[in-house]
Design a protein around this ligand. Structure first.
Ligand code: SF4
Ligand code: FES
Length: 241
């Protein structure tokens, strides 16, 4: 049986002063295949029931287990300790996010900004009797943004977010892009003021940390660049495409 040591950054608002964290280490036995999330379960069930972390799907779909593991943004359920090539694993909550407890961050602002861009289809015409058809080319435009699982890694990694509370962030702008390029959406006029403003695309400085941080290998920068160009086209020609 092999062992791996998890060094976990911990914070308990009931005992620790605000902003002060400590590192606690735990040794975990494993037979060769162990995800970081499974290691956290082992700790919670066998060594320290007070450890707090988030998870849901255990399949890289829900985004709730995003953490900072050995210096990189990763999903705990997707990260096999063997692939880290070390028996020492440092685990921290998403950096630059307010902490609730241990590895659990406060995602209130993150989701409020996501909701702000109204992430649902908006239509002005009457609902069709059947489904709204889309050409393969139009559906193809959604391939990248639709894979976003709202894990928060891009948001946590973005210096524009650290420096400006109001900035919507790469995730919200990626979702704004996702609905702008959706041929079924009919709310371009209503959507424009949501991101064509000081909270939106003009707060973003093309630092591109988001691309490196995204555990789904998405490119929020590409979507935000598209929005910037769309804003210019609308001002010059009155249309975004
Ligand atoms: Fe997570 Fe990537 Fe979506 Fe950002 S773009 S929230 S990093 S999946
Ligand atoms: Fe859902 Fe990891 S538990 S992405």
């Amino acid at each position: 049986m092999r062992t791996v040591t998890f060094h976990i950054k911990r914070y308990d608002p009931a005992h620790d002063a605000e902003g002060s964290t400590r590192v606690q280490s735990y040794e975990i036995p494993h037979a060769g295949q162990l995800t970081v999330l499974e290691g956290l379960f082992y700790i919670q069930e066998n060594l320290d029931a007070s450890l707090a972390f988030r998870y849901c799907c255990r399949a890289s779909i829900c985004g709730s287990c995003a953490m900072y593991i050995n210096g990189r943004y990763r999903l705990a359920c997707q990260t096999n300790v063997l692939h880290l090539h070390t028996d020492e694993v440092r685990i921290e909550p998403l950096p630059h996010m307010p902490l609730v407890k241990d590895l659990v961050c406060d995602m209130t602002d993150f989701f409020a900004k996501y909701e702000y861009i109204r992430p649902w289809l908006m239509r002005s015409s009457e609902a069709p009797a059947k489904e709204i058809l889309q050409s393969p080319a139009d559906r193809h435009k959604l391939n990248m943004p639709i894979d976003c699982i709202l894990c928060g890694c891009c948001y946590s990694s973005c210096p524009s977010v650290w420096g400006e509370d109001h900035y919507l962030g790469p995730h919200a702008l990626l979702w704004a892009y996702r609905f702008e390029v959706d041929s079924r959406d009919e709310a371009r006029k209503e959507r424009l003021p949501m991101w064509d403003n000081e909270r939106g695309v003009y707060r973003r400085h093309t630092i591109t940390n988001c691309i490196e941080a995204c555990p789904k290998e998405l490119n929020p920068t590409e979507g935000i660049q598209w929005l910037k160009m769309a804003a210019v086209r609308r001002r010059l020609f009155g249309k975004s495409r």
